[in-house]
Design a protein around this ligand. Structure first.
Ligand code: FAD
Length: 466
């Protein structure tokens, strides 16, 4: 049993938590960070954003090598050494988590490893390997993140039923795998396993994959992956029976197979639930809603004035970059600075093949909100760079407010869409209009040119200069 007294405790060391802790320490606040994991980085670095991208890189190289055959260069069939693939992924993770450990030490942020729960509005008890630690704090930031959703009719205790963490472990490459849920995480992992040799079925309850993105964008994605995944839209899983020779899945809905289908693995990727209810937050007086979310104001303050909350457990979108910015706000407010979390837009990216990225208003949202908008699209079949790269399926779409000509949204589907999206996000944040983007000289031949070219299509991009 040991006691620590500190100005700030941060509960959870994911992107939100470590960003908040580092910013607070940089502003001179004595900070302790608590996490059940041995390493800093939370879900994102340990079992989320980073390991998935390391594996997607492997998948991309395999796919690119195969595609080169149509350009006149033939490589042999790839030989997969799964142990080496796994250790590449692990080395990427450990390089980053070690880096965070170093940055934490440099800032004198103390890391307490163990599971923390509130015992009062100024006290937290941490149960770790070395016993219990009581932390008395002036301020706290709750950054405890989220966990994969489980479904009651699925035998999650069977090791052939996996979630994203299980998928990232890469124990084997199943011959046939069902991805349950057509959202970003499921499709990214499906992309990896398909490239490594699995046959992938994807089942989605709604009428499109990646339901948050616009239909015209997703149509392109669905067309591109038609021969790669067997996609069952408007269909749901009603039962999974674990037998010795496989998992027998029963479907219901528009595209449901008549008989149960046998799979070697089922990846359940139907969303994530916030960890707010697991922290005894009520003992500190912090209100948690029935789903486990914690309500905060624009300064990330909960209903208890010295306790803040950030990241996945304060609401959608559950994304690392949102958590980082919220963490900075919470730390700065605690340091006495006037700061708010008030972004005009938060980008979303599916790092699938092709990538799907969008920011600001989607066309669907603009319609629902009654915005007087116009969209302009530039097909990559007309982009020199896309043609030279053999990837013309892409499209760049810009959404403008017709009253002000300002950029209010954008979406890109195609290779490197995620990298390209930053320009549209910056345009929205800075209140740029169509003319600003159209008059920005983009280098030729780049895929980014398509952002300028799409903007030129919008009538409001050409006005008389003063
Ligand atoms: P988390 O990263 O969830 O970290 C919370 C930490 O708190 C965890 O380490 C946990 O151990 C700890 N914790 C929880 N409760 C306690 C407790 N009581 N005591 C001690 N410690 C506790 N987002 C993106 O933006 N881009 C991506 O490409 C992306 N890819 C993803 C891929 C996958 C497979 C997954 C699963 C997620 C992905 N995400 C991605 C989402 C991203 O990981 C999360 O949005 C982000 O990690 C949330 O950060 P956070 O700070 O809220 O908390």
């Amino acid at each position: 049993m040991s006691d620590i007294k500190t100005q700030l405790v941060v509960l959870g060391a994911g992107p939100g938590g470590y960003s908040a802790a580092f910013r607070a320490a940089d502003l001179g606040i004595e900070t302790v960070i608590v996490d059940a994991r041995e390493t800093l980085g939370g879900v994102c670095l340990n079992v989320g954003c980073i390991p998935s991208k390391a594996l997607l890189h492997v998948a991309k190289v395999i796919d690119d090598a195969k595609e080169m055959a149509s350009h006149g260069v033939v490589f042999g069939e790839p030989k997969i050494d799964l142990d080496k693939v796994r250790s590449w992924k692990d080395s990427v993770v450990s390089q980053l988590t070690k880096g965070l450990g170093g940055m934490s030490k440099m800032r004198k942020v103390k890391h307490v490893q163990g599971y923390g729960k509130f015992t009062g509005a100024n006290t937290l008890e941490v149960e770790g390997k070395g016993g219990k630690t009581t932390i008395t704090f002036d301020n706290a930031i709750i950054a405890a993140g989220s966990e994969p959703v489980t479904l009651p009719f699925i035998p999650h205790d069977d090791e052939r039923v996996i979630d994203s963490t299980g998928a990232l472990e890469m124990k084997d490459i199943p011959e046939k795998m069902l991805v349950l849920g057509g959202g970003i995480i499921g499709l990214e992992m499906g992309t990896v396993y398909r490239s490594l040799g699995s046959q992938i079925d994807v089942v989605e309850f709604l009428d499109q994959l990646i339901p948050a993105a616009d239909k015209d964008v997703i149509k392109i994605y669905q067309k591109y992956v038609k021969d790669k995944f067997n996609v069952m839209l408007e269909t749901k899983v009603t039962a999974v029976e674990a037998k010795d020779d496989g998992l027998y899945v029963t479907f219901e809905g528009k595209n449901a197979p008549a008989e149960p289908v046998k799979y070697d693995k089922v990846l359940v990727a139907v969303g994530r639930r916030p960890n707010g209810s697991l922290l005894d937050a009520d003992k500190a007086g912090v209100k948690v809603d029935e789903r486990g979310f914690i309500n905060v104001d624009k300064q990330m303050r909960t209903n208890v004035s010295n306790i803040f909350a950030i990241g996945d457990l304060v609401g959608q979108p559950m994304l690392a970059h949102k958590a980082v910015h919220e963490g900075h706000v919470a730390a700065e407010v605690i340091a006495g600075k006037k700061h708010y979390f008030d972004p005009k837009c938060i980008p979303s990216v599916a790092y699938t093949d092709p990538e799907v990225a969008w920011v600001g208003l989607t066309e669907k949202e603009a319609k629902e909100q009654g915005v007087n908008y116009e969209s302009a699209t530039f097909p990559w079949a007309a982009s020199g760079r896309a043609i030279a790269s053999g990837r013309t399926e892409g499209m760049t779409k810009m959404i403008f407010d017709k009253d002000t000509n300002r950029v209010i949204g954008g979406a890109i589907i195609g290779i490197n869409a995620g990298e390209m999206l930053g320009e549209i996000g910056l345009a929205i944040e800075m209140g740029a209009d169509a003319e600003d983007v159209a008059l920005t000289i983009h280098a030729h031949p780049t895929l980014n040119e398509s952002i300028g070219l799409a903007s030129e299509i919008f009538e409001g991009s050409i006005t008389d200069l003063p």
